[in-house]
Design a protein around this ligand. Structure first.
Ligand code: BGC
Length: 767
């Protein structure tokens, strides 16, 4: 009894100050809102970017549409500024003009680092290291807040099963459980313990919801998923972010069930707020409110009304709210309460960020000089990049010797900018460490000779369109760019062959340009571009050992490479310290430990492809060849080339002795699954041990495998560890046909192994 009392009082001691704090905040906001006109409240719902509405230089334009909106109190937040001085000027202007002293929030796409670029989110997910994920967001928050940013458009947690979709690079892969763990880690890192600290920032979880389900991998495309599949296969990361206290969400461009997400009441209110208890605010994606018109749901006034009533609080870049909500209010199409709700959600965010206490909290002159791209940032960028690389093949040629004679060949070998990946922000991308530089810095007694070898595409126009597409879009059709093909392609190849012939080993750096992944960068064919493929074939013909270092934003088709190359190191896009981190792995100073979080298909036609698929009524072994009347293809086996969870090390691991602490588990019980993992090679290494389940008999169909746990361990040569996973009914739950979240009694296969394809199996019965 006494113990219970103490526990309760401790809990009360923690909760009561928070409640008092909330009451204080509520009163402050009530008082403020009483003084605001409807127009001023609508003004808070407006968000503008620097891109289209402001000059991007360091001084504020005196006039302009957006400047006038700030002066008129028609702006709640701005985004896209990366310069402290500019942010300061904007806040000063706002504070001078805003009648109620309501500060602006400053948002930005801090996706993988800010001025110091870290590996892309897809790369980071390959680390399976949640401490690193958290640290990366904490570090990014430190850097971004030092220029005045206090709201980041991250984490992007869209599950994606289709590598054609360019935005696969921005997320954590295909698995909803892993995605949920990653989402929580990002929220913890960015928001820290207290949002009001000047080095933490509010997250904006995106793109809510189901954007990664775009049909045929074509960006912005419709999503056709049942509610049940959405809940089971896609929603967990969004849900976990809400439970972890994420401050805001961004609605997605796609439709779901015939209603664009931006005005989808089921998604924005019934699920996010009512089921998951989210209390923050939701912003649209860029111009997405206006885009509802293109979806065919009415004029600007109508779509803005629908979005507000669905639960969308803030309008990014459409001006639809500021243009039409007052009219809708006067016509009785929206109520003051509807507007109040959205306005309050936004004011609460500003309050929690500490902006009412001090609008300049994040704007400290000089802080940026100390915090941006400092030594700590660069050291972290290297550390995290070391752990994101995934070794896909190695016949023993890696690690390389530091006294080797290396031919470093390929369009990615000496290109700093192309190390950054999609959605990078740094103004110093030209200072990213190239692969050539990284190798030079690491060699001891060896040599490296570089030759570009090829362009990306044989056709210069194709390459130019990709490289300069974005700039052309904003700069106009007449803008001139340097040609992408200069030296004749034959000369490049000739030089490369010569360099290769004089070396012990070829390291070929090929892949995708930054602009080939990310937003608006879907591909129908995810092969290596033709010029690079031709280069690899010519290099292979020299007979020298051939190591492929892949730079990419998405899984690619690597059948030829798997068959013909000696090693494939997938480095994704590693950012500021790419070259050093790649050299660390190539020479074995770091033992690679990345594992894939997306399946790598064998053929374009296999997509969407994902390990946690359902069985059919006519299942077919993943590696079996074609059989008529089975669920398979005539021309390719079902298995991906590299499965989810796969990745090699310079050492080897052996799994044995899979055990359950009990073969049966009552509904309210706990069972421990364990396995012994031994390092059977000669190097220390890290291994991610993965636990999967399969619900054998259920009331709805269930995936053949579902990840439910993982642990990354470190083992010295010869060392072994027993790795344990505690399982409860909670881990075995799913959304049934009635969308109830249930664990159904019966048998569950419990599988533990090194990847989704390579597991040992036992059975647990839930009573
Ligand atoms: C993207 C978002 C991004 C926003 C603001 C949109 O086009 O879809 O991911 O946060 O722009 O830059």
């Amino acid at each position: 009894m006494k113990k219970l009392f103490i526990t309760l009082s401790l809990a009360a001691a923690a909760i009561l100050p928070a409640m008092a704090q909330d009451a204080k905040m509520d009163k402050f906001i009530d008082d403020l809102m009483k003084k605001m006109t409807i127009e001023e409240k609508i003004g808070q719902l407006n968000l503008k970017s620097n891109w289209l509405y402001f000059a991007t230089n360091a001084t504020l334009p005196e006039e302009g549409e957006a400047i006038q909106q700030i002066k008129d109190g028609k702006m709640g937040a701005v985004y896209g500024f990366t310069n402290l001085n500019m942010i300061k000027q904007l806040q000063e202007l706002n504070m001078r003009e805003n009648k109620h002293g309501i500060p602006l929030m400053f948002g930005n796409d801090v996706i993988h680092g800010f001025e110091t670029t870290y590996p892309t989110p897809l790369a980071i997910s390959n680390s399976w290291n949640m401490d690193l994920v958290e640290e990366s967001s904490r570090m990014a928050a430190k850097e971004a807040t030092s220029v005045g940013i206090n709201w980041v458009y991250s984490p992007m947690v869209d599950i994606c099963r289709d590598a054609r979709w360019g935005r696969i690079v921005e997320g954590g892969g295909e698995d909803p459980y892993l995605g949920g763990e990653i989402a929580k880690a990002y929220v913890r890192g960015y928001q820290g313990k207290n949002l009001a600290d000047d080095n933490t920032t509010m997250v904006c979880v995106k793109h809510y919801a189901l954007y990664g389900g775009a049909e045929a991998g074509r960006d912005y495309n419709s999503v056709f998923l049942s509610r049940q599949e959405a809940m089971n296969g896609f929603m967990n990361p969004y849900k976990q972010a809400a439970l972890a206290g994420a401050g805001s969400y961004m609605s997605s461009f796609n439709e779901f069930e015939g209603i664009p997400a931006t005005c989808n009441h089921y998604l924005l209110t019934e699920v996010l707020r009512d089921q998951w208890g989210f209390k923050g605010f939701v912003v649209s994606d860029a111009t997405a409110v206006n885009e509802i018109m293109a979806h065919g749901l009415g004029d600007q006034q109508e779509v803005a009304r629908r979005a507000l009533l669905a639960g969308l609080d803030m309008d990014m870049g459409s001006d639809a709210y500021v243009n039409t909500l007052l009219k809708s209010y006067k016509e009785g199409k929206v109520t003051e309460a509807d507007i109040n709700k959205a306005c309050r959600n936004i004011l609460v965010a500003k309050y929690k960020l500490g902006l009412f206490q001090d609008p300049y909290k994040y704007i400290k002159v000089g802080r940026d000089e100390k915090e941006v791209r400092n030594a700590e940032q660069l050291a972290f960028a290297r550390k995290i990049a070391q752990e994101c690389q995934t070794l896909l093949k190695n016949n023993g040629v890696l690690p390389l010797k530091k006294n080797a004679k290396i031919a470093l060949i390929g369009p990615f070998a000496d290109d700093a900018k192309e190390m950054e990946g999609a959605w990078a922000m740094s103004k110093k991308a030209d200072q990213n460490v190239t692969i050539l530089q990284g190798i030079k810095d690491a060699l001891q007694g060896g040599s490296v000779t570089y030759a570009k070898g090829s362009y990306i595409y044989e056709n210069a126009e194709t390459e130019e369109n990709i490289k300069y597409g974005l700039m052309k879009m904003f700069g106009g059709a007449n803008m001139k760019f340097p040609p992408v093909h200069t030296t004749p392609a034959e000369d490049l190849l000739k030089e490369a062959i010569q360099v290769a012939q004089n070396a012990d080993v070829i390291v070929a750096c090929v892949g995708e340009l930054n602009n080939m992944a990310g937003e608006g960068a879907s591909r129908a064919d995810i092969s290596l571009p033709d010029a690079e493929e031709n280069l690899l074939k010519a290099l292979k013909a020299t007979g020298k050992p051939l190591v492929v270092v892949l730079t990419t934003g998405r899984p690619m088709l690597l059948n030829w490479e798997e068959e013909n190359c000696d090693a494939i190191l997938n480095t994704w896009n590693l950012g500021a310290e790419a070259g050093h981190a790649i050299a660390d792995v190539l020479f074995g100073d770091v033992n690679p430990s990345g594992k894939l979080t997306t399946s790598f298909p064998r053929a374009n036609g296999q997509m969407p492809i994902y390990y946690n698929h359902k069985n059919t009524g006519r299942p077919h072994g993943d590696f079996e060849t074609y059989v008529k009347f089975k669920s398979n293809y005539i021309d390719v086996i079902n298995a991906p080339l590299y499965p989810f969870g796969y990745g090699l090390s310079y050492t080897t691991f052996e799994y044995s002795n899979l055990k359950l602490s009990a073969a049966e588990m009552p509904m309210n019980g706990t069972v421990t699954a364990s396995v012994t993992v031994k390092n059977t090679g000669s190097r220390e290494g890290k291994e991610t041990v993965q636990l999967y389940i399969h619900d054998v008999v259920s009331t709805s169909t269930r995936p053949v495998k579902e990840l439910k746990g993982f642990q990354k361990i470190n083992l010295k040569p010869g060392e072994s560890k027993v790795v344990e996973f505690k399982l409860t009914a909670e881990d075995l739950k799913y959304y049934n046909h009635e969308l109830e979240y249930v664990c159904e009694p019966g048998d569950f296969e419990i599988m533990i192994g090194a990847n989704s394809n390579d597991v040992q199996k036992t059975v647990l019965t839930v009573k």
